[in-house]
Write a protein that binds this ligand. Structure first.
Ligand code: ARG
Length: 435
C-alpha cells in the first residue's frame, strides 16, 4: 500500500491485492532479497547516497528481519504485495532511502537468479551422489559382469552385462550435471543496476555488488536484465530432462520388480502396501518419480508459454516464472531419495541371466559368427532366422538347444567353435568395446 499513496486516490480492493500478490511464492526468496539489499545499500553508501550511519541502520534492520525469518519462516503475513515490499516495510524510516537506483524489476530478477544458482548447486551435489552410488552398485561383487537381456521394442534383444546397463544411467546423470553447470554460467550474472529496465542515474558500482553477491559478472544491457527469462527456461528444461531420465529409470525398476520380470526385489524400506490386498508390496515412490516428469514438463511448457509473445520489457506475467521453483524442489526431492533406492536394489541375477538366454537372444551373435567366417551378413541373417523359426516350433530357447551335428551339417561355414562363440558370457565379452 505504501506505493499507492502518491499516485492514486482509491485503495485497491482486497481481492485484487490478493490476486496480484506474489508473497506466497516469494517466501523462498526472502533471504536472497535481504542479502541483495545489504549489497545495494553498501553500494549506495560507497556512491555517497547513504551516510555511514544510514547504512548501519539499514543493514542492522535487514539483519533483524533475517533473524525474525530464521525463527519463523512465516513471519511475513500474507498481506504484502511481494517479498520486496515485505522486507522494506520492516525497515521503517531508515529504509526509505534504500530503493534509490533500483526497481522491483531488477530486484526480482536478481532474487530469482540467486535462488536458481543455489538450486543448481544442490542438484549438482545430488547428481554427484547418485553417480557415486551407481558406481558403488556396479562394483559390488558379481554385478558388473552379470548377464541380462537388453530390450528393444520391449522384446528381448541380446544378452548384455548388468554393468553396461547401470552405466547408462551414469552417462545420463553425468550429462545432466554438465548441463546444469553450463546453464549456471548464464544464470549467475547480476541484473541489479538495470532498475526498471532503462538503468538509472543513481550510479552504483555494479562490479562490487556482483562480487559481494557471488555473481560471475554483470548483465550489461539493462533491458535484457529485466526482460529476459531464457535462463529460467533453460533451468526448467534441464529439470525436465533429469525428470525424463528418472522417469525412464523408475519405469524400468517398476517393470523389473513385477512378477513377470522378477529381475529385482523392491526393498521393504521403500515399498507400500495395499489397503485391501494383503499380499501386495508396491513401488509407489517409483511411480511418483515416473510421474514427476509430467509436472516438470508442465512447468517448462508453462514458462515457455508465459514468455512467448510477451512485449518488452517487464510485465507482471513474469511473476509466474516462479513455477520453476516447483521444478527445482521436485528434482531436489527425487535426488534426495534416489541414492537410497539405488543402494537397496537387489538383483535376481539367476533370473536375469536365464532371461538373457531365452528367446534366441544369441541369434545376432550367431549371424556375426558366420560373417566372421566369410558369409555375407544378409545371408547369415536369413539362415539364422530360419533356424530360429524352426527352433521355436521345436520348443528350443536358443542355439545351444540345437544338436551340434545338425548345425554343422545345415549351416554353411559353421564349425565346431560356433558353440563357444555364442556362449552367452563370451559373446557379450566379444562385443564390449571401449572405443
Ligand atoms: N512481484 C513482482 C514480480 O515478482 C515484482 C516486480 C513488480 N514490478 C512491477 N513493475 N510491478 O515480478
Amino acid at each position: 500500500m505504501i506505493l499507492r499513496k502518491g499516485r492514486l486516490k482509491k485503495d485497491q480492493i482486497k481481492k485484487i491485492a490478493e490476486f496480484t500478490s506474489s508473497i506466497e511464492e516469494d517466501r523462498a526468496l526472502a533471504f536472497y532479497d535481504i542479502r541483495q539489499s545489504v549489497a545495494h545499500a553498501r553500494a549506495l553508501k560507497k556512491a555517497g547516497y547513504l551516510s555511514k550511519k544510514e547504512f548501519k541502520e539499514i543493514s542492522s534492520g535487514l539483519s533483524d528481519v533475517k533473524k525474525k525469518l530464521e525463527k519463523d519462516p512465516g513471519f511475513f503475513g500474507s498481506g504484502h504485495d511481494d517479498i520486496h515490499m515485505a522486507v522494506e516495510s520492516e525497515l521503517g524510516k531508515a529504509g526509505e532511502k534504500l530503493h534509490a537506483g533500483r526497481s522491483r524489476n531488477d530486484q526480482v530478477a536478481c532474487d530469482v537468479r540467486m535462488y536458481l544458482r543455489d538450486a543448481v548447486k544442490e542438484i549438482v551435489k545430488g547428481l554427484d551422489e547418485v553417480g557415486d552410488v551407481l558406481e558403488e552398485k556396479i562394483s559390488e561383487p558379481g554385478i558388473a559382469g552379470a548377464c541380462m537381456p537388453f530390450y528393444t521394442h520391449l522384446q528381448r534383444a541380446q544378452p548384455i552385462n548388468l554393468g553396461t546397463y547401470l552405466e547408462l544411467y551414469r552417462c545420463w546423470f553425468s550429462r545432466d550435471k554438465e548441463r546444469f553447470i553450463q546453464l549456471n554460467k548464464r544464470i549467475n550474472r547480476l541484473p541489479l543496476g538495470a532498475a526498471a529496465g532503462a538503468s538509472t542515474s543513481i550510479k552504483t558500482d555494479r562490479e562490487s555488488v556482483a562480487k559481494e553477491l557471488g555473481f560471475e559478472g554483470t548483465i550489461d544491457n539493462s533491458l535484457d536484465a529485466v526482460a529476459s527469462r531464457d535462463h529460467v527456461i533453460e533451468f526448467a528444461c534441464a529439470c525436465s530432462t533429469i525428470g525424463t531420465h528418472f522417469s525412464r529409470m523408475a519405469e524400468e525398476l517398476i517393470l523389473f520388480a513385477s512378477k513377470e520380470f522378477s529381475f529385482i526385489d523392491i526393498d521393504e524400506s521403500i515399498a507400500e502396501t495395499s489397503s485391501i490386498m494383503p499380499q501386495k508390496k508396491n513401488p509407489d515412490c517409483l511411480e511418483l518419480i515416473r510421474s514427476a516428469a509430467g509436472k516438470l514438463n508442465g512447468n517448462a511448457v508453462s514458462i515457455l508459454t508465459i514468455m512467448k509473445g510477451l512485449p518488452l520489457t517487464y510485465n507482471r506475467d513474469l511473476q509466474n516464472d516462479r513455477v520453476v521453483f516447483d521444478s527445482a524442489r521436485t528434482v531436489i526431492g527425487i535426488l534426495e531419495i534416489m541414492p537410497h533406492i539405488i543402494r537397496n536394489i537387489s538383483f535376481n541375477l539367476k533370473r536375469m541371466s536365464d532371461a538373457a538366454r531365452e528367446g534366441f537372444t544369441d541369434a545376432a551373435d550367431f549371424a556375426e559368427y558366420l560373417v566372421s567366417k566369410g558369409m555375407e551378413f544378409r545371408r547369415a541373417h536369413r539362415i539364422v532366422g530360419e533356424l530360429v523359426k524352426e527352433g521355436i516350433e521345436r520348443g528350443y530357447e536358443n542355439f545351444s538347444d540345437y544338436p551340434v551335428k545338425e548345425i554343422l551339417s545345415r549351416v554353411p561355414r559353421a564349425e565346431e567353435d560356433f558353440r563357444d562363440i555364442i556362449k552367452m558370457e563370451e559373446a557379450v565379452a566379444r562385443r564390449i568395446r571401449k572405443k
